[in-house]
Design a protein around this ligand. Structure first.
Ligand code: 5BU
Length: 262
């Protein structure tokens, strides 16, 4: 297809960070602001999903610590799939400890996250030490990695209030060399330079039995101003994940381009 320059309210402003630039370039080239949460327990199932939906997504999010048979080969296979299909890898570890500990969690252990992930995330609760520790781990890896701060959550009754979210915003502004945006439920930063990825998305609003709350792509992108949708069970739980991914890609993109031209 003819490349489209998305008249995006925010994307154009985004970020000197190389990972943010790559993310936006992939989004525009693939016309996809869809991040799929591949929350499957078997590495082979994740790889199969990657092959099915790889061309449709801009980010694949994983929880490496929930994969029963994770090995170094899983990381290499994911990396190869991401490079082949042109999407970013996001490890949703949600670091939330003192700086010294997150250095080890991000670079060591079984998962060696900063050796393969393009995007990582962290809670702001420990204070700036968590960001400083992650910066150290990323620098030591020699790879470009972008950080998203968890400034809001999708789960019912979560303890985050608006003052906490504001402080996450301030933390992100002070760490622009590493932090490219947020996991949040709405746009937080009017400059448009900090991106928002939103989980808790399905084609119909609702929830699950354990407190997850779902809003639609039109709502989170069109009304609340997010940039990217994160969808898990709505896609990998569907009878035909590829068809479901197409539907979410179309809905996410329509909401973004519609929002951008307003
Ligand atoms: P779901 O199957 O679409 O409900 O999966 C949502 C994914 O996003 C799942 O991997 C969660 O761990 C992740 N998530 C979330 O649902 N809500 C949040 O606030 C954050 C992450 Br932060």
């Amino acid at each position: 297809p003819v490349p489209v320059t998305v008249r995006c309210r925010w994307g154009a402003a985004a970020a000197a960070h190389p990972v943010a630039q790559r993310l936006l370039a992939i989004r525009d080239a693939k016309r996809s602001n869809l991040c799929v949460a591949a929350d499957l327990c078997d590495a082979a199932d994740i790889m199969r999903l990657c092959e099915q939906i790889g061309p449709l997504i801009c980010v694949l999010k994983v929880h490496a610590d929930t994969v029963d048979n994770w090995t170094a080969e899983t990381a290499s296979a994911l990396r190869a799939a991401a490079d082949r299909h042109n999407f970013l890898l996001f490890e949703d570890r949600k670091f939330a400890d003192i700086g010294h500990t997150v250095v080890c969690q991000a670079s060591g252990g079984v998962h060696r996250i900063v050796a393969w992930a393009d995007l990582i995330n962290a809670h702001g609760i420990p204070g700036r030490g968590v960001v400083d520790g992650l910066r150290q781990a990323c620098q030591a890896s020699g790879r470009a990695v972008g950080l998203l701060l968890v400034a809001q959550m999708s789960s019912k009754g979560n303890l985050i209030d608006s003052a906490y979210t504001e402080r996450c915003l301030a933390m992100a502004r002070e760490a622009r060399d590493l932090c490219i945006g947020f996991i949040a439920q709405e746009r937080l930063d009017d400059t448009g330079e900090l991106l928002v990825m939103t989980p808790g998305v399905q084609l119909a609003a609702g929830g699950d039995a354990l407190g997850q709350q779902y809003n639609t792509p039109a709502d989170v992108i069109g009304c609340r101003g997010a940039d990217f949708i994160i969808v898990g069970r709505g896609i990998y739980g569907a009878t035909d994940p590829c068809q479901a991914a197409r539907a979410y890609q179309a809905a996410g993109w329509a909401a973004l381009t519609d929002a951008s031209s307003r």
